[in-house]
Structures are given as structure tokens and as C-alpha cells.
Design a binder for this molecule. Structure first.
Ligand code: FDA
Length: 324
């Protein structure tokens, strides 16, 4: 039996935990990023390694009628210099989007802004991004990382929201605490992107079955829609999408009062189908050289992607050997 078959036989949960744990290995990141073998598979999920490569992809989505939010890839930064360089990359991105008439809407991970170095540094860094976005009438959303960062992310978000209403945050239905967090955000008029959660969380803080995570998503989604909180419903799950549409139709909530969000390269058919039915769909477009952890989380979400990647790598390697 080959490696790919062995991987397929692992239970979904084990495979997911394994891939998430590999996503945090810096040595593997260096290996993967330096290898040309992974490029074609990574390109499905990442719009390019540079801003110049990503801009045409963002423009093409706009031409197709899709909205976008851009993620300059990077996370878990450990030096103030690296955090400052990440801010500069965001500022250049915001300026380029605005100059080209593209949506100046960005998604930011706070550990890339120095959250693990210090909250003051992180706050000062996100302020620079928020000022740039304010200048071009854009929008910033703070992504949510694993549960050890939830309190800190929400604290920085709250300070940012008090200073500037054009900032949103992400809530994960996998976390047991999210019901209380959603209520608190609704109470202050905040903007929520609701997702299931991409991290491997312990049972003490998270629901561990798909049924429980989905049921919580449905509850939180309904609460956000009924509160008229203009939620961003980030999922590719057709059952939850149908549920959202039913709630909106039943309650007379127009398509201008919420939006669907999906990841670049995932369920393009569904993206187009929702658009054709008159719904707003925003695509999360990541770009940059630090794609490894993001890419591994995409593999973890759908273990079939691993087989797909291994086949592509073997094909590429065979082509290289033939050419020698
Ligand atoms: P689910 O995992 O049940 O998948 C439903 C269907 O979608 C699958 O059957 C498959 O067809 C398709 N699908 C899903 N993922 C796929 C993949 N990787 N490759 C191919 N097909 C796939 N998470 C987080 O923790 N913090 C965050 O800030 C964000 N931000 C974010 C923004 C946006 C716009 C999206 C869409 C998602 C996120 N996420 C996130 C990720 C999110 O938590 C979750 O891991 C993924 O969206 C997958 O969950 P689904 O809701 O799609 O359901």
C-alpha cells in the first residue's frame, strides 16, 4: 500500500490533528516554501507570492462580480522588526488596491502584528493599518487564531472598534465560548465574520464533532442575522448556506444586510451560484511567501486534498526525472 493510501485510511480527526501540528513546524515550512514541487498545488489556494502576482487575481474576481478581502500571509511573528515589515506590506497592499479601484478590504492576523511580543506594540501596528484603510474608505477584519489568542484578539479588537468602527472580527463556532462573545459583539454594534474554526482545539474549550460545530454555527448565524448585525457568513457548507437563505427569506432580511464569504480556490461553483442568485459573496484572497501554515490548514480541512497534493508532487517529480 502506498503512502497516499495509508494517509487516506487515517481517521479524519487524526489526520486533521496531524496536519495542524505539521502546520506549526518551521523547519517543514522552510522545506516546503523552498521546493518547486508544491507550487502548482499551493497556487490553488494562494493568489501568488508577491503583490504583483496577486493583483491580477483580485482584479479578475472583481470583474466576475465577487468582492474580496486580502490577507498578506504571515503569523506568529517574534520580533518587532518583522511585525513592522508586515505592517509595511499591508500599507503597500492597501495603497495598490485603492489605486487600481479594487476593494481596500484586508484581513489581518494579530500574531503577525506582534501580539505575542506585546499588546501595545500590536495595537500600535494595527492602528497604522486602520489609519491607511480609513484614508481610502476601506475595511479591516481581524482573523481569529487558536483559542489561546481569543481573549487577546478580542481585547485589541475592542480598543480598535472604539477608535474606528470600520473594523471587524472573526468568531469560531467550534469554541464553546463563542455564544457569549457573539452577544458581547452584537451589544457594541461590532461586525462579525462567523466561521467554524480552522484549529485543532481541546475538548475543554471546543466542540469536537462536526455535528456540534455545525449546530453551533447555525445558532450563532441565526442570532447575528436576527440582530441585523450585518454578518459575514464564512462557510462552504451548502447545508448552512441554505439555512441562512431560509432565515433571510423568512425574516425579510435583504441580501444587502449580510454576505457570504469563501476562501480563494474553494468551491468556486458555489461562489458563482450564490452570486447568480443575487447574494453578495466575498472571497478571502491570501498572498505572500509565508503560505505554509495557511496552506496546511486548507489541507487539514479536507483530507482528500492531501492525496491530490501527493499525486501532483509525484507527477512533477517524475517530469523532472524524465527531463534529466
Ligand atoms: P466544512 O469544513 O464542513 O466544509 C464544507 C465543504 O466545503 C466541504 O465538504 C468541501 O466541499 C468544502 N471545503 C471546505 N474546506 C475546503 C478545502 N480546504 N479545500 C477544498 N474544499 C473545501 N478559520 C479560523 O479559525 N479563523 C479565521 O479567521 C478564519 N477566516 C476565514 C475566512 C473565510 C472567508 C473562510 C471561508 C474561512 C475562514 N476560516 C477561518 C476557516 C474556517 O474556520 C474553516 O476551517 C473552513 O472554512 C472550512 O469550513 P467550512 O465552513 O467550509 O465547512
Amino acid at each position: 500500500m502506498g503512502f497516499a493510501e495509508n494517509m487516506r485510511l487515517l481517521p479524519h480527526r487524526t489526520m486533521r490533528s496531524l496536519l495542524i501540528s505539521l502546520s506549526q513546524r518551521r523547519s517543514l515550512a522552510r522545506l516546503a516554501v523552498g521546493s518547486p514541487l508544491t507550487r502548482p498545488v499551493v497556487a490553488r489556494f494562494v493568489a501568488g507570492e508577491s503583490l504583483e502576482e496577486a493583483l491580477p487575481a483580485i482584479a479578475a474576481l472583481k470583474r466576475a462580480g465577487l468582492r474580496t478581502t486580502v490577507d498578506v500571509l504571515g503569523e506568529s511573528v517574534t520580533s518587532p522588526e518583522h511585525a513592522a515589515a508586515a505592517v509595511d506590506r499591508y500599507l503597500a497592499t492597501i495603497a495598490a488596491l485603492s489605486e487600481r479601484g479594487l476593494d481596500p478590504n484586508v484581513s489581518v492576523k494579530l500574531t503577525q502584528m506582534g501580539l505575542e511580543i506585546g499588546r501595545d506594540l500590536c495595537r500600535a501596528n494595527v492602528m497604522r493599518i486602520m489609519e491607511a484603510v480609513r484614508g481610502v474608505n476601506g475595511f479591516v477584519r481581524f482573523d481569529m487564531e487558536d483559542h489561546t489568542r481569543t481573549d487577546a484578539t478580542l481585547e485589541v479588537w475592542r480598543a480598535a472598534h472604539d477608535a474606528y468602527p470600520g473594523v471587524g472580527v472573526v468568531i469560531q463556532s467550534a469554541l464553546r465560548r463563542s455564544s457569549a462573545d457573539v452577544d458581547a459583539i452584537i451589544a457594541v454594534g461590532g461586525r462579525v465574520r462567523l466561521c467554524k474554526g480552522a484549529y485543532d482545539e481541546p475538548a475543554t474549550v471546543a466542540y469536537r464533532t462536526k455535528t456540534a460545530v455545525d449546530a453551533n454555527y447555525a445558532r450563532l448565524m441565526e442570532r447575528l442575522l436576527l440582530a441585523d448585525a450585518h454578518p459575514a457568513l464564512a462557510t462552504h457548507d451548502p447545508k448552512l448556506i441554505v439555512k441562512a437563505i431560509r432565515i433571510a427569506e423568512r425574516e425579510g432580511i435583504g441580501p444587502d444586510r449580510f454576505e457570504f464569504q469563501m476562501l480563494y480556490g474553494v468551491r468556486r461553483d458555489l461562489q458563482r451560484a450564490l452570486l447568480a442568485r443575487g447574494y453578495a459573496v466575498r472571497i478571502y484572497v491570501p498572498f505572500g511567501q509565508e503560505w505554509y501554515p495557511y496552506f496546511m490548514r486548507r489541507l487539514a480541512e479536507r483530507p482528500a486534498n492531501v492525496g491530490f497534493m501527493l499525486r501532483a508532487v509525484v507527477k512533477e517529480e517524475a517530469r523532472r526525472l524524465r527531463g534529466r
